[in-house]
Each structure stands twice: as structure tokens, then as C-alpha cells.
Design a protein around this ligand. Sequence first.
Ligand SMILES: Cc1cc2nc3c(=O)[nH]c(=O)nc-3n(C[C@H](O)[C@H](O)[C@H](O)COP(=O)(O)OP(=O)(O)OC[C@H]3O[C@@H](n4cnc5c(N)ncnc54)[C@H](O)[C@@H]3O)c2cc1C
Length: 233
Amino acid sequence: MDVLLLRHTPDPDRLVALAARRCYSSLSATAIEERLEESEINRLLAVLRRRNHLSPFEHADFTFSVGGVSRALSHQLVRHRIASYSQESQRYVEYLKRNDLPFVTPVTIRENAEALRIYEKAMKAALEAYAEMRTAGIPAEDARYVFPNSVETKLVFTMNARSLFNFFEQRLCNKAQWEILRLAARMLETVKAVAPRIFRNAGAPCMYEKPYCREDDVTCPRFPKNDTPFGKP
Ligand SMILES: Cc1cc2nc3c(=O)[nH]c(=O)nc-3n(C[C@H](O)[C@H](O)[C@H](O)COP(=O)(O)OP(=O)(O)OC[C@H]3O[C@@H](n4cnc5c(N)ncnc54)[C@H](O)[C@@H]3O)c2cc1C
């Protein structure tokens, strides 16, 4: 899986704090920014999250490039509607020009010799069927119907910080599907590097200071203890 933060709003922590201050000040934006001290940025960002005053976080955009992921993953990803997506087209990008089998193999299958044999046979059959149909004159947009969920894809997508909070909350759950969980972990790592204050408490609720478990799953090693400030999860 390749995950790259392509672009982001410059100085995102500062911009979000400036947008928040805008709500409570009659000064011009320039004057607000001139007076915005680092300690005030820290305070404002923490207060916004606590109060659920989240619209200022929508001003900070983050654009990712992701490759080597399955269409099973991308199908889950694009369910997050508060985002913009551009995905490699199976109509215009010709699979036959690739040398290797462009499929993602889950670890459970990779570690089971018999399952791996069955899996690779199925993948090879899909690619061969695709090639034969293309040779028979079937357009790529129809031949692609033989491809399974595992077929690799590439995307560029943009989410703002508020949408990312929601994405991380859902997809960094220990029980999230492994591929999107891995993607979310890599994305959080990259955005924390450029906006450490915005994303200070981003993640699944069990990773917060006041944890709870959405899944109510006592089998999860991260399951919060019953004596949290929220009481029994
Ligand atoms: C553990 C798990 C299991 C799942 N299983 C399934 C499944 O079996 N089948 C399935 O179809 N999906 C499933 N999903 C996908 C899920 O239902 C959401 O579509 C997806 O996670 C995107 O979340 P979202 O709507 O919060 O995000 P976004 O689409 O980014 O929306 C962000 C927020 O905007 C608001 N919003 C957006 N659109 C609307 C709207 N139309 N009306 C009101 N409010 C809106 C909501 O507050 C929403 O939380 C699953 C997700 C998870 C995490």
C-alpha cells in the first residue's frame, strides 16, 4: 500500500484557529491573525473539539494519493461522502499492459498455502478471461466485469479535517476491516506530521482521553475499562 500526502492547506493548525477566532471577534482577519499567539492556537483547537464546534476544521484540506489497494478497500473509502475522489479508470487504463497480477492478497490467504494456491488460480483465471475477452473485441469497460474485489486500484482524494475526524473514528477502530484500518493509520500518521494540533486526539473513541467502545466489544484488547469517566461503555 502506497500512501502519500500530496498537498494540504498551508499552515492548517493556524488557519483553523483563525477561522474559530473569526466567530468571536469584530477585527479584520489580518488583525486576528497578527494577534494569534501559538498558545492561543493550542487553546482554541482544544476548545473547538470539546464543544463540537467543528466547522472551522472544514477549512483545512488534505489531498492523498493512494496506490496498491484493492477495490474492496476503495468501495469502503468512497462511502465517505464528505470528500472528493479521482480513481484510476478501468475503462481507460488497460490491464493487459501490466506484467504482474494487479491483485491484493490478504494475509490470511498469504499464510495458508492451500488457500493461496486456490486464490492465485482464481486471480490468474480472471486475468486470462479478461485478456481473452479483449482479444475477442469486448471493450475494456465490459471485460472488467470479470475482475474480483481484490483487483488493485489507485486514487487521489481530498478530505477536510472534520471529515477526517469522522473517517479516523470509524476506520481506526481495532475491529475495522484490516485494509482500510491500515490506510487510516497511514493517513493519520501523515496528517499528524503537518497538523499535529488539529489531529492531536483524532482516532477511534477508545484512543481518546475519555474512551468508549462503539462496537461494545469486550474481546478487543483496546476495550476501555468499565471505570471510564463515561461509566460502563
Ligand atoms: C464498522 C462499519 C461497518 C459498515 N458496514 C456497512 C454495511 O454493511 N453496509 C453499508 O452499506 N455500509 C456500511 N458501512 C458504511 C457506513 O454506513 C458509512 O456509509 C460510511 O462509514 C461513511 O460514513 P459517514 O456517512 O459517517 O461518512 P460521510 O459520508 O463522509 O458523512 C459524514 C457525516 O455527514 C453526515 N451526512 C452525510 N450524508 C448525510 C445524509 N445523506 N444524511 C444525513 N447526514 C449525512 C453524517 O453525519 C455523516 O456521519 C460500515 C461502516 C463501518 C465503519
